[in-house]
Design a protein around this ligand. Structure first.
Ligand SMILES: [Zn+2]
Length: 182
């Protein structure tokens, strides 16, 4: 942020009084513009023994497969955001079955909240941000064509949990060093 969103004056990159890290501070009105991590919410949607993936029609990672997920909006709950994104990207209306994966990605200041959700019927179709949507059995997941490391890790947990017949919340961190393998 180079200019203050309150008054338009240039901002400075300084540590405010009683703080311990630099912030964008307005040189004129002295507003401190805090920036905090963004939350991405979405669903791991299943129908019977299959998981629903979307092939991205947008950058980044155009053409690769992902879970339906996106930035949480102001004024909605995480669960509402997860269902909204699932509708927007996969035109699917699953029933939520609890939070499934909580992933911190500190080097890009993002937190993923992925809910498990089930479909009563195999109804889905690509929304504007997807090239196609498809249900995959565990053995058919396109591991070499996944868009994000968090998707890969979440799907690995799902494959393990499905084989055990027991699903539980997974807390994960993704380090910058893992990015190259995404
Ligand atoms: Zn200002």
């Amino acid at each position: 942020m180079n200019f203050c969103s309150e008054c338009g004056a240039p901002t400075l990159w300084q540590v405010p009084a009683d703080d311990n890290r630099p912030r964008h501070i307005c040189s004129a009105c002295h507003t401190i513009h805090y920036e905090n991590p963004k939350i991405i919410c979405g669903c791991l949607v299943t129908f019977e023994d299959q998981v629903l993936l979307c092939r991205r029609a947008i950058e980044p990672r155009h053409g690769l497969w992902t879970l339906p997920a996106g930035f949480m909006e102001n004024g909605e709950t995480a669960a509402e955001g997860a269902l909204r994104e699932t509708w927007e990207e996969a035109l699917a209306r699953p029933t939520l079955a609890g939070l499934y994966a909580l992933t911190s990605i500190p080097h890009i200041s993002q937190v993923y909240m992925i809910f498990r959700a089930t479909l009563a019927t195999p109804d889905h179709a690509p929304g504007p941000e997807s090239l196609e949507t498809q249900l995959f059995k565990a053995d058919d997941i396109p591991w070499d064509e996944l868009a994000f490391q968090t998707v890969r890790k979440t799907l690995k947990h799902w494959v393990d949990d499905q084989s055990r017949g027991h699903y539980s919340l997974h807390e994960m961190d993704i380090a910058e060093s893992e990015r190259a393998r995404a």
